[in-house]
Design a protein around this ligand. Structure first.
Ligand SMILES: *Cc1c(COP(=O)(O)O)cnc(C)c1O
Length: 376
């Protein structure tokens, strides 16, 4: 290996990931000089371009941009503490810790919680940040078939240990299906383990209150449960938070390296997230999202969409080239929908991943479905 120009083996062309240079413009996205209607964003409530959220960020920006240092040095703005309190109250937990991003939340959380004496039990379709967090922790890793809580229970029975943690996405990002948090928490109680639920896609979208999957009596706030949420999806900006008991959050403040050794979230993003939270709590956007989702699902009942009640609506295609063809046909007709291929999803399950948001109109959804049908 002479230098960085030939360091990596070439990726096969059919697997090559491409950056899509795209300027976003509200619900639209400009790609290769074309303006397309965006059905690919995780901005489920349209808050990334909501005037109040933008104003919140702008207000904070008039004072400063960067936070200058880690929260443990001089970057610990009072706004962080105010928002942590609001998030803990809203979600029903004792305490909350805001960190830089969902990726940093999971890497740091698992590194802090687990060690080589800990056994971790993960759903096989967990987000990469959870997978890498487990690796970084050095824990004894067990993986169970997607959503198979019977298999998980067998693994728990076979692997007793003092420190154990069950780890799962809430809403799964590429399938749109959901972990059974009630059963997972029951298993955590019976087998005396911790449970980590990362509901990055569920918070702000799922349930009447849009509080996410754990908004069930007896679940949110349970001392065995730790929850991760992000500001990058339904909240429309960037950043993440961890929810749990006072003791857990205090422990993380001492040990979470991705928070301790990383610059604090800029105040503009904290202000954006605080404004977004107030909007989510009012419930109008979440109501519109549910309406649009129902409307879309009604229109495609006869098409091979994967079973999903969440804004993530994947259409299973199978072959990579076919999925790419469909995506470029939709783009030629004004719609941006990505083809998701292996290794992001299992071999032979290439798909188009549609996301429905509160900001779409019925007319836009009608036009999308008409276009899709003309190609199927
Ligand atoms: C998006 C996502 C993350 C990463 O969050 P970022 O804030 O984008 O780093 C983590 N977990 C899940 C389940 C996600 O979907």
């Amino acid at each position: 290996m002479s230098d960085s120009r030939n360091w990596f083996a070439p990726t096969p062309a059919h697997r090559r990931r491409r950056f899509v240079i795209s300027r976003r413009d509200g619900l639209y996205i400009h790609v290769n000089g074309k303006k397309l209607l965006n059905f690919a964003s995780n901005d489920y409530l349209g808050l990334s371009f909501h005037p109040a959220v933008c104003m919140g960020a702008k207000g904070a920006l008039s004072e400063s941009v960067g936070s200058g240092a880690s929260r443990l040095v001089s970057g610990d703005d009072p706004m962080l503490h105010r928002l942590e309190q609001k998030l803990a109250d809203w979600k029903g937990y004792e305490a909350c810790l805001i960190v830089g991003s969902g990726m940093l939340a999971n890497l740091g959380l698992l590194q802090a919680l687990a060690d080589r004496f800990t056994h971790s039990f993960s759903d096989k379709l967990n987000h990469a940040s959870l997978v890498d967090g487990v690796r970084l922790s050095g824990s004894r890793s067990h993986r169970y078939t997607h959503l198979d809580t019977d298999q998980l229970e067998l693994q728990l029975q076979k692997n007793p240990a003092e420190k154990r943690i069950i780890i799962s996405d809430g809403v799964f990002s590429m399938d749109g299906d959901c972990a059974d948090v009630t059963t997972l928490l029951k298993l955590a109680e019976v087998h005396e383990t911790l449970l980590l639920i990362d509901d990055a896609h569920g918070i702000g979208t799922v349930g009447k209150t849009a509080k996410g999957l754990t908004d069930v009596p007896g679940i949110a706030g349970h001392p065995r449960l730790i929850e991760v949420g992000t500001f990058g999806k339904a909240f429309g900006s960037y950043g993440a938070f961890i929810l749990g008991t006072e003791e857990l959050i205090e422990g993380l403040k001492q040990r979470q390296r991705t928070m301790i050794y990383s610059t604090a979230l800029p105040v503009a993003l904290i202000a954006a997230a605080e404004t977004a939270l107030a909007i989510v709590q009012k419930g109008e956007e979440a109501g519109r999202l549910q309406h649009n989702l129902e409307y879309f699902k009604q229109a495609v009942t006869d098409l091979p969409f994967m079973a999903s009640d969440t804004p993530i609506q994947p259409l299973l295609i199978g072959e990579n080239t076919k999925a790419l063809d469909m995506a470029s046909f939709l783009a030629d007709n004004g719609f941006f929908v990505p083809a998701i291929r292996p290794p992001t999803v299992p071999e032979g399950t290439a798909r188009l991943r549609f996301t429905i948001t509160a900001a779409h109109t019925e007319e836009q959804i009608d036009a999308l479905v008409r276009c899709l049908r003309s190609k199927l």
